[in-house]
Ligand binder design. Structure first.
Ligand SMILES: C[S@@+](CC[C@H](N)C(=O)[O-])C[C@H]1O[C@@H](n2cnc3c(N)ncnc32)[C@H](O)[C@@H]1O
Length: 322
């Protein structure tokens, strides 16, 4: 049954501040908002100490995934050779880390302003640029508490050099000599098996107990983890890459996000994602009974995020929902 209080057909371009969901009890005040806006501008509208958990997956700032992120161009590059000669993310340069830090530092300062004292800030990061993410957070005043690993099985991407040697304008015997000397060695990329998530925390307001009493942040709930449910939650969290990517090259697994939300925020807390992409964090927040605010700069992606979150909400409301 459709809930009359849920705003339908929201046009993001004209209804920026519109609440997507506003449901009757028991979710009287539950809201999920996706803003189709640059978070660096939009976040300024949020009040100080207004969110309980920042859970976000910023642009990777590796080749093709910087502040000029464009899903269509990236999708075309997932298959090598379609636009450039390398799939997205394969070109390396030292400037990428510097650019990431320059981009993230003012964003991290806003996270520090909007997060409640003691609140956790969980930020996905490409492994080879994770130090820049950590510095941006630390410089903004967060305490780096840990680095979590999202454990998955990736695909090996190291390149053989044989093809390049064979293409060289050299006598055949010289090519054979080089091929023998290189001995099948590849470019320095081991098979990816995990991605890092920085766990940072805003300074507390008093003791852990006083902070929780006032803000309901700063302590973790270890009693009911979603992943490896019988174990004390650990820093290495296994989760399969999502089969359905909702048109987003880096869509994150919803179960992983639910697991993190469950541990690091209180029921009904506001979860905040400045880089919402296809809306995975919002879906996870709704599934865990949290409120959600998200920003996404690409209008098509913002609409997709909105639709996903809306569908999740309707499913939860349906009489057959488990
Ligand atoms: C790594 S992806 C997030 C993917 C997301 N976790 C998911 O599961 O779909 C980063 C997203 O940030 C968006 N983005 C980049 N710069 C932004 C900005 N300044 N403000 C808001 N969104 C931005 C990109 O369009 C992209 O969709």
């Amino acid at each position: 049954m459709k809930n009359e209080n849920i705003t339908d057909d929201v046009d993001l371009s004209t209804a920026r501040q519109q609440k997507l969901f506003h449901s009757p009890p028991p979710y009287k005040d539950l809201t999920a908002i996706i803003e189709n806006e640059d978070c660096r501008i939009g976040m300024k509208q949020l009040e100080d100490n207004s969110v309980s958990l920042v859970l976000t997956d910023p642009p990777y700032f590796i080749d093709g995934m910087g502040d000029d992120w464009n899903s269509k161009k990236l999708d075309a590059r997932v298959k090598p050779g379609v636009i450039g000669s390398l799939p997205a993310g394969m070109k390396f340069s030292v400037e990428q880390g510097q650019e990431l830090q320059k981009f993230l530092s003012p964003v991290a300062e806003e996270w520090m302003r909007v997060i409640r004292p003691g609140g956790f800030c969980l930020v996905f990061s490409q492994n080879r640029l994770v130090h820049r993410t950590a510095i941006a957070l630390e410089d903004a005043g967060f305490e780096i508490r840990d680095v979590l690993i999202w454990r998955y099985e990736g695909q090996a991407k190291a390149f053989s050099q044989d093809h390049f040697i064979r293409k060289r304008k050299l006598p055949e015997e010289e090519k054979d000599r080089l091929l023998r000397k290189i001995g099948g060695r590849k470019t320095p990329q081991l098979k990816p098996q995990g991605e890092m998530i920085i766990l940072a925390q805003a300074p507390r307001d008093g003791t852990f107990v006083d902070n929780w009493d006032k803000w309901e942040t700063g302590l973790i709930d270890v009693d009911n983890p979603l992943i490896n449910a019988t174990q004390f939650p650990g820093t290495v969290i296994p989760a399969n890459k999502p089969k359905e990517r909702y048109g987003h090259i880096t869509a994150k697994p919803v179960d992983l996000l639910q697991h993190l939300i469950r541990i690091f925020s209180a029921p009904r807390a506001i979860v905040f994602d400045s880089f919402a992409g296809s809306g995975s964090t919002g879906v996870a927040a709704i599934l865990e009974g949290r409120d959600f605010i998200g920003y996404e700069i690409e209008s098509e992606m913002a609409n997709r995020a909105q639709e996903r979150i809306k569908a999740t909400f309707y499913e939860q409301q349906s009489p057959n929902a488990g």
